[in-house]
Design a protein around this ligand. Structure first.
Ligand code: IMP
Length: 443
């Protein structure tokens, strides 16, 4: 059995909480794309864990795998592992030999390019973690892979080819000075040491084979997508996207298990009950038109804790966007959804959703393919009855029927529009604060 967890909006939908919840029935949790740009906050027994690279299942004694579709910064990896160990956990994390390594020059180039774009509308607002430049090198066939860290000669050979190019870009294209990120000797030394530690701790695997063997032995696999559909490099709002495929297809190419394996399982879209966005790009339902909107956005931002896990940046806030969700449900083939942060909308004077867009005087239910056309879309808003603050812990204990009627109507509307059932509703940050309807591993 496999369950794939996909962010259906712009990232930060609260995927970590569901991975953590249902991951209890998984034996292995695999991340299939992205790197330390992701931020999962997992709350377990009142303890908060902020992770950017280690799969959140590792907090619950699961085997956590970083698949070949990931880009891995070993500095971040070991710092998170050391931190978890200091807090008494024993995370079991494996890395695909085919995954690419984020090198210090990738981070530098990420930041340089963002700055270079600052004078135009092209700034992406990246997390500055070197994600884009690492995937560029992967596609350019000049990347460093995890397997290369295990052989100092191979590592040196690859660095001797690629580092002079990076130096030339930094110095000749951007007129800046290259620093220690381009010091081949220092890189060989530091990254060989990472390789030694990976081998010593038996952390490196041939991902597809490893997962296939565990599946043959009857184990359950959860594929954990990071980020969200609208920042997918193919299906998102290009160029305001990350450089990988958070959508469900990535679960196959990013792990080495076939699409039929992913497709035979459940694919659950995680939906935040409203919308947030870090970084640039259109957001038709953004709350920003007047003071009242801004006040509402401030309130939701504070209440929902809408500040970047990785960067601390305040997130932009908007109403739920149905054309976006319809797009996400089709791209990934959702079999169910979980709706998070429903409690954050409680007690408001108004609750709306963007039911459709108006573009060129016509109403449309899905998103246009270009970002420029998307930016021209005006939301067609639908107003909902509001629901009051209630004792959410009590609601979680009693179940779905204990949710206020108006909140149930809101959920049923989303479920009907996407034509998929709701498996869970998040009504607070703790794992306990979830209304369970169905565990996808029991399907
Ligand atoms: P990058 O992934 O750092 O290259 O950033 C590209 C875009 O994706 C930027 O708009 C980021 O803000 C956004 N992004 C990357 N990771 C996340 C995430 O985990 N949550 C939300 N947005 C993200």
């Amino acid at each position: 059995m496999t369950v794939t967890i996909v962010g259906s909006q712009l990232g930060d939908e609260g995927k970590g909480a569901l991975v953590d919840l249902w991951g209890g029935d998984a034996d292995i949790v695999v991340r299939y794309q992205g790197g330390d740009n992701a931020g999962h906050t997992v709350v377990e027994d009142g303890e908060e864990y902020k992770l950017s690279l280690v799969p959140s299942g590792a907090v619950r004694d699961k085997v956590g795998v970083l698949g070949n579709g990931c880009v891995i910064n070993p500095r971040t990896l070991f710092s998170e592992l050391d931190d978890l160990r200091e807090r008494g956990l024993e995370p079991d994390v494996r890395l695909a030999k085919r995954a690419h390594v984020i090198m210090p020059y990738h981070r530098r180039l990420d930041n340089i390019e963002e700055e270079a774009k600052a004078d135009s509308d092209l700034t992406v607002g990246t997390t500055g973690r070197g994600i884009g430049p690492t995937y560029e090198d992967k596609a350019g066939r000049r990347g460093i892979r995890v397997g290369d860290l295990l052989d100092p000669e191979v590592l040196r050979q690859r660095l001797e080819y690629v580092v002079p190019q990076k130096r030339a870009v930094i110095e000749d294209v951007y007129g800046l000075e290259a620093g220690e990120e381009c010091d081949i000797e220092a890189l060989v030394e530091e990254f060989t040491e990472f390789g030694r530690r990976l081998s010593e701790e038996d952390m490196v695997v041939n991902c597809g084979d490893f997962l296939a063997e565990r599946r043959d032995a009857g184990e359950n696999v959860m594929f954990e997508g990071a980020q969200g559909t609208l920042i997918d490099i193919d299906h998102g709002s290009y160029p305001y996207v990350t450089s990988s495929n958070p959508t469900a297809g990535g679960a196959s190419t990013g792990t080495g298990l076939g699409p039929t394996v992913v497709g035979q399982g459940e694919v659950v879209g995680i939906v935040k009950a409203y919308l947030s966005r870090v970084g640039e790009g259109p957001m038709p339902t953004e709350l920003k038109d007047d003071d009242r909107d801004e006040e509402l956005a401030d309130y939701i931002r504070e209440k929902g804790g809408e500040f970047g896990t990785v960067t601390g940046r305040p997130r932009r806030i908007g109403w739920l966007d149905l054309p976006m969700l319809r797009h996400a449900a089709r791209v990934s083939g959702f079999t169910g959804i979980a709706v998070n942060h429903l409690d954050v909308l409680a007690g408001l004077d108004e609750v709306k959703v963007g039911h459709a867009y108006e573009l060129d005087g016509e109403e449309r239910l899905t998103m246009p393919a270009t970002t420029e056309r998307w930016a021209e879309c005006e939301p067609v808003l639908k107003e909902f009855e509001t629901w009051p603050e209630v004792d959410w812990t009590e609601v979680a204990e009693e179940g779905y029927e204990a949710l206020p009627d108006a909140a149930q109507d809101y959920l049923e509307y989303i479920s009907d529009e996407l034509d998929v059932p709701v498996y869970a509703v998040g009504i607070g940050p703790d794992r306990e604060q979830t209304v369970h309807l169905e565990n996808p591993f029991d399907k």
